[in-house]
Ligand binder design. Sequence first.
Ligand SMILES: [Zn+2]
Ligand SMILES: [Zn+2]
Length: 251
Amino acid sequence: SRYGPAILVEAGNYKIMVDAGPGMPERLFQAGGFEILTAIDHVLITHLHFDHTISVPRLWLTGWLFGRKSPMKIYGPTGTSAMMANFRAAYDWDVRYRTAVGVHQLGSELIAKDIEPGVFFDKDGLKITAFNVEHMPINIDTGESLGLRGATLGYRIDYRERSVLFSGDTRSTPSSRIIPLGKGVDVLIHETQVPAIGNSPEAVLANVSLSVHSSPAQVAYVLDRTRPRLGVYSHIIPPEMTSDELLALTD
Ligand SMILES: [Zn+2]
Ligand SMILES: [Zn+2]
């Protein structure tokens, strides 16, 4: 019953979607129907994998069609604005069609910004900090980079003494920025991948991606160092893991 990564943060009048994974619009309908869907106009993307971005067009276009009258603002690592320009180009005919028949024009706009680590939003008491996490592919035998360029970001959101941190997709390393930035946050949301057991070809293949994700034991280490009021697993691999199984492994 799990869908892809997409978490809504409500802070004052701001409704901020963090990642736009598969199933996000369905979850929004369940949570609050068109009212919520049309109210979201800020999106933070951790990285450009499809399981974090594929629902951007649906949030952008469905929200617009059903009443959002402000541009959708999207923040993410280098490459985000190019991806959004491609989404805009892909749906150009649709946007021109609906604008021609009277759908509010401003809501169809996508304003995308590639951001660097640091505070990039500080307004109305809402502060959003981006930081680099480690999700680039490496040679699992040597630990060396495969040379692919790009970045994955984690985010910390602060609003009126409340704080939440998103790990993004990340392997765990002692130098992880999550540890200093996550100290004492209210909620720390961390990805995880449970190692597959055995040496079957399926298990070996599944475990290749452990080099870019964090095991529950590694997340337990992060939670122990940061001591959030609440730790939450998200982006659970494999998705059929139960809460009890995950908690038992978080030791
Ligand atoms: Zn990823
Ligand atoms: Zn992912």
